[in-house]
Design a protein. Structure first.
Lengths: 141, 357
């Protein structure tokens, strides 16, 4: 009987709590970093280079390679990036690279994120003064 | 100068633990970043759990998991006739959930590590069965669990077969719209945008009500089959009820997937309404197309098993009559469902022309 009650409760609650449409237009901060890295690297975007670039962008925070792989998988599921396997190369022990490319949706979402970041930058510099903006820019290199 | 790559044996060992879908490029990346054995091993230990979790997330389907959980638990319960005494001890049914959860976890990992390009179905089933039976053997050695080893082994093996059967039979339907649609707006000569929006909102409310009603009906049916399993007079009868129960749960997943497609915000624009109409009509069309082959026919099979194996009705003619009634009932619903498909095709074509469906 308990099983029946559980199933009934699930039936009533479930349809209203599970989203059906993919939330492809909302990006986390790390996803923005990885997308920016792919955008910068162009043709040479694969695991190792994306990780190095993301680490450079996230400075001084360290970035783990595993987190980059997980994020790349998630971005691929959201159809923001696409991937393909390259030819094997001897310097990688005869293994292929998985190369990544920004899709049109990815570019659009990244552009929106960049505009939001720009708006945040504008209002904070306005509130805390231009000197703060310059000083902060120097501090972050 | 660049360090040489990692030792081949170490690389091969690491490759065994990596999911096949990402093995090639991850091993390549690790080889490129190699600076020494310590760094290599530490990096592998760091990324391996994340990679496995990511594969699990990608292969995870909550509806399919619910069906599989039912199937696995039922297959353990159905072997209680080997030695039912433990079930009536303190929390026997709850203890039986332990091997079911372990089996389900292993089967999820098997799915995450599946490599369909290299392995055939038989090899995958054999590998999963071997792992599950090994785990059951270990569980059998735990005295506090107190479940007979025969029940554990038989339940484990039958769950593997049942889950693989379910995965093949009830794979997610990907029917979709059979032709490309370009329409993103309405034809202003045929109807106003406001009228179109009102029609979309009305259909959305109807869709929510229909989905809730179908969910409740299918859940009540599932509860009836659970109760029937509890009072089953024999193993075959229980198997029939189990098939119907799995069918009902699958029905819930079909209804959810099909009818929940497409959502409308409070103030939708025309493009949102077009997208909603298209997704909703496609969903209903897919539900109707899959109703007979994937939902009604297994339910019919289960019901026939139940009627054929019910010892409380020894009259042969009555069993035949009930079986015929079941065939007519399920077959009739299937036939009616197929007959409605062209109607949805017409509605989708109307949408393509910029008309209200």
């Amino acid at each position: 009987m308990e099983l029946g009650i559980t199933v009934l409760t699930a039936a009533v609650i479930y349809p209203y709590t599970v989203g059906v449409m993919a939330k492809s237009d909302s990006l986390g901060q790390f996803e923005q970093l990885v997308l920016s890295a792919i955008l910068t690297l162009g043709e040479d975007a694969y695991g190792v280079t994306i990780h190095s670039k993301a680490e450079e962008l996230a400075r001084p925070k360290p970035v783990s390679l595993g987190a980059v792989y997980v994020t790349l998988d998630r971005l691929e599921d959201k159809k923001l990036v696409s991937s393909w396997l390259s030819d094997p190369t001897p310097e990688r022990g005869g293994r292929s690279k998985r190369c990544y490319r920004l899709e049109a949706l990815g570019e659009r979402v990244l552009r929106e994120s960049a505009l939001t970041a720009k708006r945040i930058w504008d209002v904070t510099t306005l509130a805390w003064g231009k000197e703060w903006g310059k000083g902060w820019g120097k501090e972050m290199g | 100068m660049r360090e040489p790559g990692p030792p081949k044996k170490l690389e091969a060992a690491v490759g065994l633990f990596l999911p096949p879908a990402c093995r090639e490029h991850v091993l390549g990346d690790l080889s490129e970043r190699y600076r020494g054995i310590r760094q290599y091993v530490l990096e592998v230990l760091q990324i391996l759990p994340l990679l496995v979790m990511s594969r699990l997330r990608r292969s995870f389907d909550p509806q399919a998991l619910l069906i599989e959980a039912f199937a696995v638990y039922l297959s353990f319960v159905s072997w209680q006739f080997l030695d039912a005494s433990f079930l009536y001890d303190h929390s026997g049914f709850l203890r039986l959930a332990v091997p079911a959860v372990v089996t389900l976890g292993i089967l999820l990992l098997v799915e995450a590590y599946a490599n369909r390009e290299e392995r055939g179905v038989v090899t995958s089933v054999a590998a999963a069965a071997g792992t599950v039976l090994g785990a059951q053997l270990v569980l059998g050695l735990i005295p506090r669990l107190g479940i007979p080893i025969g029940t554990l082994m038989a339940g484990g093996l039958s769950s593997v077969l049942l889950v693989f059967g379910l995965r093949r039979l009830f794979s997610a339907a990907r029917l979709g719209f059979p032709w490309p649609v370009e329409c993103q707006s309405v034809d202003p000569d045929r109807m106003s945008a406001t009228e179109f929006r009102v029609a979309a909102m009305r259909m959305y409310k109807r869709a929510l009500a229909l989905r809730l009603a179908l969910w409740v009906a299918l859940c009540l049916q599932a509860v009836v089959w659970v109760i029937a399993i509890g009072h089953a007079p024999g193993l075959l009868y229980r198997v029939g009820c189990g098939v119907c129960l799995v069918g009902s749960v699958y029905g819930i997943s079909v209804v959810h997937r099909g009818l929940a497609r497409g959502r409308l915000p409070q103030e939708p624009n025309v493009a949102m309404c077009v997208a909603f109409f298209r997704a909703h009509l496609e969903g209903r069309r897919d539900v109707l197309l899959t109703a007979w082959p994937k939902l009604l026919s297994p339910m019919l099979a289960g019901t026939l098993i139940v009627f054929a194996s019910d010892p409380r009705h020894p009259d042969f003619r009555a069993r035949i009559a009930w079986s015929l009634a079941a065939i007519l009932f399920y077959g009739g619903i299937g036939w009616l469902a197929r007959r409605r498909v062209p109607g949805f095709d017409r509605q989708l074509q109307a949408l393509e022309r910029g008309e209200r469906p």
